[in-house]
Design a protein around this ligand. Structure first.
Ligand code: DNO
Length: 355
């Protein structure tokens, strides 16, 4: 298992690489170039980023994310141009030793919370929070505005300004799109990209829908074991893999996380894992808790045991942390709580190794 931390790059992330290097057991980052979806990533920029990471004593073998342009998800004629750019980026990343590319196929919006900094009454820390009831009377545009205001000036992955600028138009384009229609467009994308990944030794890792159900009437096709069965069948190859995110999938209590990890891990279809805990507060209402089992609703030991059993060589990162110790940072991506999360997961791992 390779323990990593997500890092947004020297200009966008307030956390110095040196600090990440000092977290015991963290060997690399999951990183990215901050480019609008659909762009072919410039090699010189990526190689400069990777050198910086390497100089800090860390590795950059997982890229999160190379975003998929909406025209691909919509199946518009312009998709071929964007797929060609995607392929060119895959080849470039492979030349630099990248092994896994995390992406998602969620229409328009990526992950969604209704409060980016909800105070946890028990200990005074803040974490991200979701209540479906708060979405009523709140359209996506209003939510995007709130996110912008609540993000402390940081651009949030999945809520990038250029994406939000197009929001109204993109939402219109999706009118009438069904889950099957979206899946067909997904197949078209995978048919083009996966053979290239096989050729150059890269694995695509699809991130689940977060939360794990459709929102704002948009189709979503990656939030259950059955959905993943369909996704791996769209193009059957170890390069067509998943990024198993426990917090996203687990937002629906029906999803049995250890069972899903075992199912797709044993099939060799898990290329990356995001591990975090969630505390259910009611139907479709939850907060992101500390990683510790006791603080949330998941059994983190059982989750790590399933990873250890079914995909032990995977790249992992602790996911969204709370804001603690008065840290100011990108919601979900501060240093302190994620570092605690990494140590806790590494502790579970050591126990599993020795048992
Ligand atoms: C949220 C992240 C997601 C993830 C993308 C992958 O914090 O886990 O934004 O990076 O869905 O494409």
């Amino acid at each position: 298992m390779n323990m990593t931390l997500r890092w947004y790059g020297p200009d966008a992330d307030p956390i110095p690489l040196k600090y990440i290097r000092q977290i015991p057991g963290v060997s690399g980052i999951m990183g990215l170039l901050d480019k609008p979806a659909g762009e072919d990533w410039p090699e010189t920029e990526f190689s400069a980023l990777q050198s910086k990471v390497n100089e800090a004593g860390l590795r950059l073998e997982v890229v999160e994310s190379v975003n998929v342009h909406e025209d691909i998800k919509l199946g518009l004629p312009s998709r071929d141009k964007y797929i060609a750019n995607y392929i060119s980026t895959v080849r470039m990343l492979a030349r630099h030793g990248v092994k896994v590319i995390i992406y998602n196929f969620m229409p328009v919006l990526d992950w969604l919370r209704t409060d980016l900094a909800r105070r946890i009454p028990e200990d005074g820390s803040c974490s991200m929070y979701y209540d479906e009831a708060d979405l009523e009377g709140l359209g996506p545009l209003e939510l995007a505005r709130r996110n912008r205001e609540g993000s402390g000036g940081f651009s949030l992955s999945g809520w990038e300004p250029e994406r939000m600028a197009q929001l109204e138009k993109t939402l219109k384009q999706y009118e009438g799109m069904t889950a099957d229609g979206l899946r067909q467009n997904y197949r078209y994308f995978l048919d083009a990209v996966i053979p290239v990944c096989e050729e150059c030794g890269v694995r695509m890792a699809c991130h689940p829908d977060d939360p794990a159900w459709p929102i704002f009437g948009l189709p979503r096709i990656a939030h259950s074991s059955e959905d993943f069965d369909r996704i791996v069948a769209l193009r059957f190859s170890p390069a067509n893999a998943l990024c198993l995110c426990t917090g996203s999938l687990g937002s629906d209590p029906k999803n049995d996380l250890p069972a899903i990890i075992r199912r797709f891990g044993h099939m060799d279809r898990i290329a990356a894992v995001h591990v975090r805990n969630v505390k259910f507060l009611g139907p479709r209402r939850f907060r992101e808790s500390a990683h510790l089992s006791k603080d949330g609703s998941f059994d983190m030991y059982e989750i790590m045991r399933a990873v250890h059993e079914a995909c032990p060589d995977v790249w992992i990162r602790p996911d969204h942390g709370r804001m603690i110790w008065d840290e100011k940072g990108r919601p979900g991506y501060g240093l302190f709580d994620r570092a605690l999360g990494a140590e806790y997961l590494l502790g579970l791992w050591e126990a599993l190794e020795k048992a």
